[in-house]
Design a protein around this ligand. Structure first.
Ligand code: BGC
Length: 769
């Protein structure tokens, strides 16, 4: 059986199995989730198209321009709604949503309902682990559950669109938004992105617990120069097509009916003024018939900034001279809905009269928006499925909270465990120490949706539930303040270290909660170092000097450079930002109720200077060798590798992946073959292993990455048990895009690697004829 392929035809049966295993499919009936597992590009439903055209024929030009407008709640006036405003974002109060919708459907001339949108990125109220953490689960069901419950809670307040999934592949750990997607690999992002779309939309997003998904940010937003958010990107066609576009394609194939264009420029052309990516690839090549919304003021940002007066609103890219120019560029390049800035609405009539935009294109944009509104069932059900006063009762329901706890546990990665420090014994006296030990706020991560700090269970409380009487000391305090401040990261004083050391001394074992605040990740949160902020490394050394067994638990939204940490921390558990159930999930893993099985979805460098360092890099003519001079190395780093590689993660048991076999020695370009391995639990505990399959094309017309992930499966095994895992490979795996944007399948040898991380050594080869 093919495992976790991102094409709809292949991932869907897998998800069906996943759901069946979870009890999500009831025999004889079809839940909306189950129906979502059928390949359902909704395509041109003639009924919908007729209704769209009918409505369009009644609209004035001004009403069309109002439909194109998407405004944040704080900019919306009731009069605006009466004039026919298209969409509203960032509103979560169910009473407010209901009232605005009432005005739209009762008091506007054509009674077109508003589409309400929100960033439900890793949960609405029940906050799940950050998407980078979900990436570490290597489990599509974790991503699926996140958005199944996220969609359900969002729908309850009257939302019908979510700006998710974020599927920006990134090799840039300084960038704060690396937290929001599944890391450095296009395949992993594709599989999890498709699972998220399926969960958000179901088979039919008119279902009352479903929303329309909006993969973002088209495209290559994950590669800003120097890691500064919004910064420019320059890249080859082959990289764009091989690394950055595949997760978008997977999300669209999974049925996503809206998409968001990006802030960044690619080769000088901003995402929201980019004819090639929006019109050419998304709408042309991929046949996308939904709508594209701009990112926040991204249309206005196309403008050049005036030389002397910088206060005329968003501007900067300089691909448009002024507002009208930006509006024409964005609309003509494929933006259908303008977020926050109002240039298309303001200047549309003038631009039309001047012949700079066409009525055909305005109609196309409006048609796309109305099509989504009809498919969403908004005309039949403009209001939320429950009354506003009943919405609160639908939040944080036990099934959602249990799924969040499970997801958090499955996302954790055991980076090292020298001497088997973990799991700890809950019966022994536990000290919980560190700036993130008694913390609810940061546990929710950088996109906390409608989450509330009070909903989160701290590590201290979670540990105390399983190890009663656990003691606590903070050690030092991280800062949640926005720079510029004198101490932007916090933890700058060792005043609390003595108390922390005394607390450790009085206990049998220590859980040390270190990392970043949630403000250090997410949008506009680039860091220029990847170290543990403040004096946390010193705190670790002070605690370590007590001689007590210490397990470091890390909370962070990006790969950290842990070179100065690894020797002082025998056990390191990477917990990311785990969400509302942080404490219980950490306790589950620390005390061994849950055996960690996550794997890194990004490489962890030794130090910042290695960045970008990623497993799927191209080779060079002077491969890195720390012993040689004229090779591709850093002279001051005695290693070529990251500290922890992509796909790395340990367990409380041990596994062996063996016996790699291929079903054929040769394959035709359009043919397929199977690769199979056996995975065995060779230790003494039940646990999970993620079997990983990588390909390398050693001789190609353009130099191919040294490895590319093309299959994975997370397998749970009892001690001594074995399982065969089989992956099917075809041209989508051994072909690639060239620099003219063509997908090519070249004859020759392909090397297959299988194992438990990206440094797997077991290999076989086959030949493409
Ligand atoms: C972000 C988007 C987000 C939008 C609306 C922007 O600043 O880049 O990811 O969807 O705001 O909140």
């Amino acid at each position: 059986m093919r495992r976790f392929r991102f094409r709809a035809s292949v991932i869907l049966p897998v998800l069906a199995l996943v759901l069946a295993a979870a009890g999500g499919v009831v025999a004889g009936t079809q839940s909306s989730d189950e129906r979502s597992l059928q390949p359902v590009r909704q395509g041109a439903d003639r009924g919908v198209e007729r209704r769209v055209n009918d409505l369009l024929s009644k609209m004035t030009l001004q009403e069309k321009l109002e439909q194109i407008q998407l405004l944040p709640d704080f900019m919306v006036t009731e009069d605006e709604v009466r004039r026919g405003l298209g969409s509203v974002l960032s509103v979560t109060d169910p009473a407010r949503i209901r009232e605005l919708q009432r005005i739209a459907v009762e008091e506007s001339r054509l009674k077109i309902p508003i589409l309400f949108a929100f960033d439900t990125i890793h949960g609405f109220r029940t906050i799940f682990p950050i998407p980078l953490g979900a990436g570490a689960s290597f489990d599509p069901r974790v991503a699926f559950d996140d958005h199944r419950y996220g969609a359900r809670e969002s729908a309850v307040v009257g939302l019908k669109q979510t700006y998710a999934p974020m599927v920006d592949v990134s090799h840039e750990p300084r960038w704060g938004r690396i937290a929001e997607a599944a890391g450095e690999d296009p395949y992993l992002n594709s599989v999890l992105g498709a699972a998220r779309v399926k969960a958000i939309q179901g088979a039919d997003y008119s279902a009352r617990d479903k929303l329309v998904a909006s993969p973002k940010h088209l495209v290559a937003y994950g590669q800003p120069e120097s890691g500064r958010d919004y910064n420019t990107t320059d890249m080859s066609t082959q990289r764009l097509r091989n690394l950055y576009l595949p997760p978008f394609k997977a999300a669209i194939d999974a049925g996503a009916d809206t998409a968001m264009c990006s802030f960044n420029a690619i080769n000088g052309v901003p995402g929201c003024g980019n004819d090639e990516t929006m019109n050419g690839i998304l709408k042309g090549e991929w046949g996308f018939d939904g709508f594209v919304e701009s990112d926040w003021t991204a249309v206005a940002e196309l403008r050049a900034c005036p030389p002397r007066n910088p206060d005329t609103g968003p501007c900067g890219h300089g691909v448009a001279a002024d507002g009208p120019d930006a509006a024409a560029l964005a609309l003509n390049a494929g933006v259908d809905s303008e977020m926050t800035s109002t240039l298309i609405r303001d200047f549309g009539a003038r631009l039309l009269a001047q012949g700079r935009i066409s009525m055909r294109r305005i109609d196309d944009a409006v048609r796309r928006i109305l099509r989504v509104k009809f498919r969403a069932g908004l005309f039949e059900h403009p209001y939320a499925p429950v009354a506003p006063e009943r919405a609160e009762a639908e939040m944080l329901k036990p099934d959602a909270v249990a799924a969040a706890r499970r997801a958090a546990g499955r996302s954790m990665v055991l980076l090292q465990n020298a001497g088997g420090v973990l799991p700890l014994d809950p019966a022994r006296k536990t000290a919980v120490i560190g700036p993130l030990a008694d913390d609810q706020h940061d546990m929710l991560g950088p996109w906390w949706g409608a989450g509330r700090d009070a909903d989160a269970v701290s590590v201290l409380d979670g540990i105390r539930q399983q190890s009663p009487g656990a003691t606590y000391a903070q050690g030092c305090k991280l800062s949640n303040a926005e720079p510029p401040t004198t101490d932007p990261e916090g933890c700058g004083s060792d005043a609390g270290f003595a108390e922390a050391v005394a607390t450790a001394r009085a206990a049998d074992q220590v859980v040390l909660a270190l990392g970043e605040t949630r403000e250090m990740s997410g949008e506009a949160a680039a860091r220029s170092t990847l170290d543990l902020p403040g004096r946390q490394e010193e705190l670790l050394r002070a605690i370590r000097a007590t001689g007590k067994p210490v397990a470091v638990v890390l909370f962070n939204g990006r790969p950290l450079a842990l070179e100065n940490v690894v020797d002082d921390a025998p056990a390191i558990l990477e917990a990311w930002f785990p969400g509302v159930q942080a404490g219980p999930a950490v306790a589950d893993v620390v005390f061994g109720k849950v055996n960690p099985g996550g794997k890194l979805p990004v490489s962890f460098p030794r130090r910042l200077g290695q960045v970008p360092i990623y497993y799927n890099h191209e080779p060079t003519g002077r491969p890195c060798d720390p012993e040689q001079k004229y090779v591709s190395r850093h002279r001051d780093i005695p290693s070529c590798s990251p500290l922890f590689e992509f796909g790395h993660g340990l367990s409380y048991t041990t596994f062996e992946v063996s016996d790699l076999r291929l079903s054929a020695a040769t394959v035709s370009r359009n043919g397929s073959l199977r690769a199979s391995v056996t995975v065995t639990n060779t230790g003494r505990r039940r646990g999970d292993e993620v079997v990983q399959l990588y390909l390398h094309d050693p001789v190609a017309s353009i130099s191919q990455p040294v490895r590319r992930l093309r299959g994975f499966e997370r397998v749970a095994l009892d001690p001594g048990a074995s399982r065969a895992v089989t992956f099917t490979l075809d041209k989508s795996d051994f072909g690639f895009y060239d620099n003219r944007g063509r997908f090519v399948v070249e004859p020759g040898r392909i090397d297959v690697y299988a194992g438990d991380s990206s440094s797997a050594t077991m290999t076989r080869s086959f030949t493409v004829r």
